[in-house]
Design a protein around this ligand. Structure first.
Ligand SMILES: Cc1cc2nc3c(=O)[nH]c(=O)nc-3n(C[C@H](O)[C@H](O)[C@H](O)COP(=O)(O)O)c2cc1C
Length: 308
């Protein structure tokens, strides 16, 4: 895929996955329709992660589900609303060339194996297993905080596919490096770090929590230093590609994540204010940086901070 693109100096490899540039769509942001995926691809995106998909459709929580906190940070509790595996596989069935990674969420091995058997018939690059959503019970972080469950789920997905698997980790009650190690030992090929962080906001007039779910996930600018720290620690200690995520809103943030050790970088919350154009803009600016620094390929900067 993408061998004829012009940006050879921005291309990156995530094991078997080749991306024309390191920018990716983070899961849950614009991620459920093929027409939007095509639009994003047209805007020069490197790769796309879909909304997390479950076996059965999920309605999600009532509004309000996403709150801007100011300063480029957000709180959300969408509740993993998604159309379910059958409807979503139909949606993607026409996909030929868009580099799509399907995000999976579930609470049992059986659910994951069912989804992978269906999605494996499609034209996709691989999977990202969401073991870190901080606000849905019996899914996401509640699974990610249990190393035995992580081990079983990743092994099950591994047994059912030869496609690359990334495990998306977050900041829960288990050390992020240990969680990543369990996932890689169970057969994951790479790690995505990080998901949103469990957080809350209260309206002082009504004295009520603002989110209908009360607790949600913090994203955007506020979490970038935490994402950078996690990527640095995981990529320094473990031998696997790491995809950075959290608080990216500019080319500089992408570069910072790569210097910390990320092989590619996902962009989420900022899209609410910029729309898909940001991928085109960031890609141009990354190209300028690579040229200015005299790099043959952007991947030369991956993990440079590890010497410190
Ligand atoms: C509205 C919203 C929905 C999200 N849905 C998902 C999801 O379905 N699966 C998932 O793994 N992460 C989900 N995330 C987390 C993002 O993929 C990302 O990890 C997080 O927002 C940090 O990146 P950012 O600061 O660039 O937004 C969601 C985030 C937001 C703001």
């Amino acid at each position: 895929m993408n061998t004829n693109d012009k940006n050879h100096n921005l291309s990156v490899e995530l094991g078997k996955i080749h991306l024309r540039n390191p920018t990716m769509l983070a899961s849950g942001i614009l991620g459920i329709s093929q027409s939007i995926f095509e639009r994003l691809y047209h805007e020069n995106i490197g790769g796309i992660v879909t909304k997390s998909i479950s076996v059965n459709p999920m309605k999600g929580y009532p509004n309000p589900t996403v709150i801007p906190l100011g300063g480029g940070s957000y709180l959300n509790a969408v509740g993993l609303s998604n159309p379910g595996v059958n409807a979503f596989s139909k949606e993607l069935s026409q996909n030929k060339t868009i580099p799509i990674i399907i995000s999976l969420v579930g609470s049992s091995e059986k659910e994951f194996s069912k989804m992978v058997k269906i999605f494996d018939t499609l034209n996709i690059l691989g999977y990202e297993i969401n073991l870190s959503c901080p606000h849905v019970s019996k899914m996401g972080m509640e699974v990610g905080d249990d190393p035995e469950a992580v081990n079983k789920i990743v092994k099950t997905v591994r047994m059912n596919t030869t496609n690359p698997i990334s495990v998306k980790v977050g900041v829960g009650s288990i050390d992020v490096v240990e969680l990543a190690r369990v996932a890689l030992d169970a057969g994951a090929n790479m790690i995505t770090a990080i998901n949103t962080l469990r957080a809350m906001s209260i309206d002082v007039e009504t004295m009520m929590p603002i989110l209908s779910n009360r607790i949600g996930g913090l994203s955007g600018n506020a979490i970038k230093p935490i994402g950078i720290r996690c990527v640095y620690e995981i990529s320094k200690k473990l031998e696997a590609p790491v995809i950075g995520c959290g608080g990216v809103s500019s080319w500089k943030d992408v570069i910072e994540y790569m210097i910390a050790g990320a092989s590619a970088v996902q962009i989420g919350s900022v899209l609410g204010s910029t729309g898909p154009r940001i991928f085109n803009q960031i890609t141009k600016e990354l190209k300028n940086y690579v040229e200015k620094k005299g790099l043959r390929n952007i991947s030369e900067i991956i993990g440079i901070a590890h010497k410190y």
